[in-house]
Structure formats: C-alpha cells, structure tokens
Design a protein around this ligand. Sequence first.
Ligand code: NI
Length: 179
Amino acid sequence: MTVRPIIYSDDPVLRQKSRRIPRVTPEIEHLVDDMFETADAAYGVGLAAVQVGVPWRVIIANIPGDLQDPDAGTAVALVNPELARASDELEEGVEGCLSIPGWVGKVERHKSVVVKAMDMQGKKIRLRAEGYLARILQHEIDHLDGVLFIDKAAEVWPVKEGDEERVEAGFAAPANAMI
Ligand code: NI
C-alpha cells in the first residue's frame, strides 16, 4: 500500500465528473488499498479517487474505532455509489476536506441515506447510513460529480489546529472531520 499525493482544490481535475467502473479489477483493488492508506496518513475519514487524481467513481469511508460515533470502526469501499434514498430531514454539521486544507464550513446534509453501489467483490449492495457516516458518503459522492463542500457551505472559515474549545462549540472541526 502506498500513500498517494492528494490533489488540492485549485486543480481542475477535482471539478471533473468521475467515470463509472464496469467491474472491480486488481487495479481498482490496488487503488482502494492506497486510498485507505492515504486517508489514514492524512487523518481523513473518507476519500474519493479523484482526490488522488484518478477520476473514477470509487470512494472510501473509514471512521476510526476510537472515535465517539455509533459507526466507529466502520470501513467501506464503494464503486459507482449513488444515493438511492435520502431523508427529508436535514442536519447541519461542520466538515472539511483533505483537498481544501485549513478550511471548514457548515454544511446541511441529509440525516440518513441509502447508497446503492458495487462492493469490492463486484456485488450490488445497498448501504443504509445516518449521522456522520451519511455525511461522509454524501461528501464523497459529491466529489465524483466535481462538487466540493465549499459549494454547499452556508459559511466557511479557516480552522486553527488544536483549537479544542472551538471544536466543542461547533465552530471548528476536529482533525478527523476531514473527508
Ligand atoms: Ni473532500
């Protein structure tokens, strides 16, 4: 597994629409392994392939086991993910992006979603998610269509490292909110 360089938001590749994948090949498996390694090295909880410069419809979500979240320890890799269902209920939360370092914003997301995708065995699956995991999946699926959180954020501001009081007050994101 290799840590790949992350593409930043001034790169037009990030605005590209990623291509669908007909089947899971060893090349895709290799890409996914590297995406987990890359997200992990950057303290990220999710990543879209386009963020490492590969415009294919592949995303991962990886919520560390030590995080206070019902989905802590969840790691998923999805090919051609799309929202099959989304709750009417929306939830505002602070999020950032590994491709936009140093910035976070308040973004409204569907509170719960059902994502239709292909898993790494090439099987069609439906994944039900809510809360943080649902937010990560919506953020990553947006990446596949060239959409960044700053496009949807009601407010965006620079984040200071180690600013725990601001994190608790909901004005900043913890380091592991980068997706
Ligand atoms: Ni992102």
